[in-house]
Structures are given as structure tokens and as C-alpha cells.
Design a protein around this ligand. Structure first.
Ligand SMILES: NC(=O)c1ccc[n+]([C@@H]2O[C@H](COP(=O)([O-])OP(=O)(O)OC[C@H]3O[C@@H](n4cnc5c(N)ncnc54)[C@H](OP(=O)(O)O)[C@@H]3O)[C@@H](O)[C@H]2O)c1
Length: 294
């Protein structure tokens, strides 16, 4: 298949492109830019907010499927600049959904646990009603709605707390901080499911290239933890000693964003199909740390 990937130079997009190629697909890598100093495979500039550019690109390159991972992912930035959040995550997704619908090709859109308010207290299924607390979640939910309204052949894949070898992320940050500090204070009253990008990619590629069971899917690593527990496990599994990790409440961590206190997601669509084989988050973290070492 020839797959158009948006956000190809991001943390998820870099793993996705490599894994799609590994599975024998042709990858059209697109992005609006790349992080400074980062080595990335050949890619084509494409700003998803530019309707004409998106239409022209698809006409010229004729993809068979779209993996839409590009987003304005700075959660605090979305609170400060909501118009940009709705432009990239809303209009940008609208543009991709419109071309997918016009060409009748499948589209897979990556969404987020931030579409939930975190008040349920037990794992969210795909049947639970979204109620985002902030503009990042609301703009990603707007993207979900364009995709579902415009495209019959759609996969909405909601994920959470991503970490991957090729971008800034939480465990990497903890390891960096542990090099210079003896004490780390980490939020202990938010609970979620960390997710290794490679586990997410494997499921997403299977859906986009092999399945016709279109719809909404929750995909994360199994189990749950707080950011504090995630930090502690990262240092322990990496063999870092001599650093004390302490839990703090969210309100001691300055941020303009209200985050869901509990955003664990049950993979109910996969479960119903007998396909929920995602690894536990600690096993995924171990795998990630061994990849980082290599
Ligand atoms: N990270 C998480 O914990 C998490 C959790 C749940 C869901 N998600 C979703 O997973 C997806 C991938 O996340 P990630 O962490 O890999 O994010 P990322 O590293 O920030 O990658 C997103 C990419 O999209 C690009 N982009 C931004 N605006 C664009 C535009 N107008 N046109 C084209 N590309 C644009 C970004 O470029 P710039 O860097 O230059 O802006 C970046 O390369 C996103 O859809 C995100 O909402 C992430």
C-alpha cells in the first residue's frame, strides 16, 4: 500500500514510517517541519491546515490510505492559543478527512485520552461519552467528529501517555533530570496508561492495512500508574540509583491546563474482536529502555 503519513517527523510518526516500511508498504512522509538537529528520513513538506496544499498533494501522490498523526500536541500551548489548536487539530483533520472521503480511501486518525474528563474512576471504553476539560482535548475531539462524519472508512485510535525512542517524552526527561538531580518531584494524583509508540504502531498498521472493521479503538499499554509511579519505574528499570522520587499533587505543578485525573482506557473494541494483545506498560517500558541503550 502507498500510505500518506502526516506528522512523519514527530515521535510517533518516525516509528510509524519505519514500521510501515518494514511491513513492505510505500510511505509518503509529510510534515510541516522537523526538530532541530534531528536526523529524519526523506520527507515532503505538507501543512495540513492548507486545504489546497492537501488536495494538491493527494491528487499528485495518489495514496491508498492515510495515517493522520500530525497535531498541535503542546497541551499548555493549546490553552494559551486555542485558535491554533482548532486550526491544526480541527481544520487540519477536516482537510485530511475530506480528501480521504473524496477518494474513498481509509484514514486512521490518532486521538487522545484527553477527550475524557477523567471523572469516571474506572477504565473508559469506546462507548463512554467524551467530555474534554481543555482545548487540546476539545480540538482533537473536533478532529474525531470530522473524520467520523465525512469518512465511512475511518479508524479513530485513541491513545495515551506516549513514549518512543525518537522524540522528547516523559521517561527520557526523567532519565535526563536524574543525571543532575538527587531529588525529583513528580505528580502523583493523575493516573493513566503509558504507551510505547511501537506497540501502538503495530496495532494501528494492522487496522489501517488489513481491517475493514471501521470505528473507534482504544490502544494503550495495559495496566495503569501515576506519573510518580511511571518515573520511579523508569529509574528502577534503567538501574539509576541515588535519586529520590517524591509524589506531589497536580496543583503544585504550574500549568494552564486542567488534565484528566484518571484517563485509563479499556481496549473494548479490540477485546470484542479477540485481538487485545497489548503488553503491560512495565514490559513496554523495559523494551523501550533496552532500545535506548542500543
Ligand atoms: N504524546 C502523547 O502522549 C500523545 C497521547 C495521546 C495522543 N497523542 C497523539 O498522537 C499523535 C502523535 O503525537 P506525538 O507525541 O508523536 O507528537 P509530535 O512529536 O508533536 O508529532 C506531531 C507532528 O505533527 C507536526 N505538525 C504540527 N502542525 C502541523 C501542521 N500544521 N501540518 C503538518 N504537520 C504538523 C509536528 O510538527 P512541529 O513539531 O514542527 O509542530 C510534529 O512533527 C498526535 O496526533 C497526538 O495528538 C499523543
Amino acid at each position: 500500500m502507498r500510505v500518506l503519513v502526516t506528522g512523519a517527523n514527530g515521535m510517533l510518526g518516525l516509528d510509524l514510517g519505519a514500521m510501515l516500511e518494514g511491513a513492505g508498504h510505500e510511505v509518503l512522509r509529510t510534515d510541516v517541519g522537523k526538530r532541530e538537529g534531528m536526523e529524519v528520513p526523506d520527507w515532503i513538506p505538507l501543512d495540513i491546515t492548507n486545504t489546497e496544499q492537501v488536495q494538491q498533494f493527494v491528487k499528485e501522490h495518489q495514496p491508498d490510505a492515510i495515517f493522520h498523526g500530525a497535531a498541535y500536541t503542546d497541551v499548555d500551548g493549546c490553552e494559551r492559543n486555542p485558535d491554533l489548536a482548532y486550526k491544526v487539530n480541527g481544520l487540519g483533520t477536516w482537510n485530511l478527512a475530506a480528501v480521504a472521503a473524496e477518494r474513498n480511501i481509509p484514514i486512521l486518525y490518532i486521538s487522545t485520552d484527553f477527550i475524557f474528563d477523567g471523572k469516571k474512576g474506572t477504565p473508559y471504553t469506546e462507548m463512554d461519552a467524551p467530555n474534554p476539560l481543555g482545548h487540546y482535548g476539545a480540538s482533537k475531539l473536533a478532529g474525531e467528529r470530522y473524520v467520523t462524519q465525512l469518512c465511512r472508512k475511518h479508524f479513530i485510535v485513541r491513545t495515551s501517555w506516549l513514549f518512543g525512542a525518537q522524540g522528547p517524552n516523559f521517561p527520557r526527561k526523567m532519565l535526563e533530570l536524574a543525571q543532575t538531580r538527587k531529588e525529583l518531584k513528580v505528580v502523583g494524583d493523575q493516573t493513566g496508561s503509558p504507551t510505547h509508540t511501537r506497540d501502538l504502531c503495530r496495532v494501528a498498521i494492522d487496522l489501517l492495512t488489513k481491517s475493514s472493521l471501521y470505528g473507534t479503538y482504544h490502544v494503550s499499554n495495559k495496566g495503569q500508574c501515576s506519573w510518580f509511579e511511571f518515573a520511579k519505574a523508569t529509574l528502577e528499570l534503567a538501574g539509576v540509583t541515588g535519586v529520590d522520587v517524591h509524589p506531589i499533587p497536580s496543583d503544585e505543578f504550574p500549568s494552564p491546563t486542567q488534565r484528566p485525573a484518571y484517563s485509563v482506557m479499556r481496549h473494548y473494541s479490540l477485546e470484542l474482536q479477540g485481538k487485545d494483545d497489548l503488553p503491560e506498560w512495565k514490559d513496554a517500558l523495559r523494551e523501550f529502555l533496552s532500545l535506548l541503550k542500543r
